[in-house]
Design a protein around this ligand. Structure first.
Ligand code: GLC
Length: 450
């Protein structure tokens, strides 16, 4: 635990209270959305991080956040990444996805039709750690089948080679929506005609003014209009196939074995095994075999020449060689060797890469992609820091974990509960009063300040 005097201890207590106020502000009928205005719908991994923060002071709300998200699980086990706000003014958001086109979706509960990093097991486990043994077993039993079905769905639908590595079909599934390897892959594809027409006619400029995100955030901190249109174009292709995975994957626009996703999935699998053990349940044998393959084969995403991890094109096997912070997330998986973990720590400490004044940048500072204020192309994000802190600690890099935790808390104390931060100046960016920033700061304060 960090040593603090009474005054600064009070200031952290204040920060903790302010963080709770952000979560209350974003609560609608007892469920917390990512941020008012820009993100009015519930989102998968946001909800898990929010659940972790809430578990420190409102255990019922934290359980509700997770359980109610799992209500959106489709009949095949898939958990969609967005549950839409039912207010009439969000009709077009719901209509854009039209989840009801799939016979697998939950009737009367409009959602998206793709998924996001599987953070449920982590949230469930952490909530469990706040309960008595009997309460914990009841809690675990209430979610266990759903988690098993979700993890099994990933293997049945997205482990295309049977090597345990999960393939994603849209950049939004990574959670790092605008991250360079995926964006470069998007840019390599030919631009749809309607976008070219918009650019040639100059109409794209008018589109800039119509963008909803521009009402809340400076354009330079978001995707460009062309990128945004292309991302929506990719979503439309998936929707046209009614979110049917086998149809989508016959001729996919994207089929990428993602690094962040697989690292998070490995950790989720380990925690699911612990949850099963505690309630005396056995996991299906085929699931256990797949889980161990993911752990072993994560190292297939290691490029021996570049000495770094990269995501990989599923079909042709080439690496997507644009650097991003996802290359450090195998630390969170727990599945890599201690030597490899040390190697990642060296990168984290390298001033040419990730060691900035306000770490951890989402792209190394030396990368040609690095833009300190743009969405996933440079800024530091609190959830990524949190995953790295947890990974560092489990690898025994306790001092490093504590330093990063304190730097993360100080950054938010200085700049506010924003969505992301300039890693060089600490300047806030994205939306303000962002829920996962608040939730994870509560968690870090509780663990590292006390
Ligand atoms: C942004 C992030 C995504 C997150 C969403 C809602 O789009 O890239 O990971 O889930 O916001 O907060």
């Amino acid at each position: 635990m960090a040593k603090t005097n009474n005054d600064s201890k009070n200031s952290y207590q204040n920060l903790n209270l302010q963080a709770r106020a952000v979560l209350s502000l974003n609560s609608i009928n007892g469920l917390v959305i990512p941020a008012r205005g820009l993100y009015p719908h519930r989102v998968l991994w946001d909800s898990c991080f929010i659940g972790i923060g809430l578990s420190h002071y409102d255990i019922e709300a934290s359980k509700r956040q997770i359980l109610s998200f799992l209500d959106a699980q489709w009949s095949d086990g898939m958990v969609p990444h967005i549950i839409f706000n039912s207010a009439p003014r969000y009709f077009w958001d719901r209509f854009n996805w039209r989840s009801w086109l799939s016979p697998l979706s939950v009737k009367g509960l409009p959602t998206s039709g793709i998924t996001q990093p599987p953070m449920f097991a982590e949230a469930v486990y952490r909530i469990g750690s706040k309960l008595t043994k009997t309460e914990r077993q009841i809690w675990y039993k209430s979610v266990f089948d759903k988690l098993v079905r979700y993890h099994s769905w990933l293997y049945e639908n997205r482990d295309l080679k049977g090597d345990g590595l999960i393939t994603l079909i849209h950049p939004w599934e990574t959670g790092l929506d605008n991250t360079p390897p995926w964006l470069a892959s998007l840019n390599r594809r030919h631009t749809p005609l309607f976008i070219n027409l918009l650019v040639w006619s100059g109409l794209i400029k008018i589109g800039d003014h119509l963008r909803i995100d521009g009402k809340y955030v400076d354009f330079n901190q978001r995707s460009t209009s062309i990128e945004a249109l292309r991302l929506y174009g990719a979503q439309r292709i998936i929707r046209r196939k009614r979110y049917n995975n086998s149809k989508i994957l016959k001729k996919p626009m994207f089929a990428i074995e993602d690094l962040a996703y697989n690292s998070i999935f490995i950790r989720a699998n380990s925690l699911l095994r612990e949850i099963a053990l505690e309630i005396d349940q056995t996991l299906p044998k085929s699931l256990l075999i797949s889980m161990s393959k993911t752990e072993t084969n994560l190292d297939e995403l290691w490029d021996i020449n570049a000495k770094t991890y990269y995501p990989r094109n599923e079909k042709y096997g080439y690496f997507l060689k644009e650097d991003s912070v996802a290359a450090l997330l195998p630390l969170y998986s727990g599945a890599i060797s201690k030597e490899r973990a040390e190697h990642l720590l060296v990168k984290l400490n390298d001033k040419q890469k990730y060691n900035t004044v306000f770490p951890v940048p989402s792209v190394p500072v030396s990368s040609k992609w690095f833009k300190p204020m743009r969405y996933w192309q440079g800024p530091s994000w609190i959830n990524i820091n949190w995953l790295l802190i947890d990974g560092l600690k489990r690898y025994g890099f306790v001092k490093e974990a504590e330093n990063l935790a304190i730097q993360t808390i100080e950054l938010v104390k200085k700049s506010g509960f924003y969505e992301y931060f300039n890693p060089i100046t600490g300047q806030p960016a994205g939306v303000k009063n962002f829920s996962w920033t608040a939730a994870l700061i509560i968690d870090l304060i509780e663990e590292y300040i006390g």
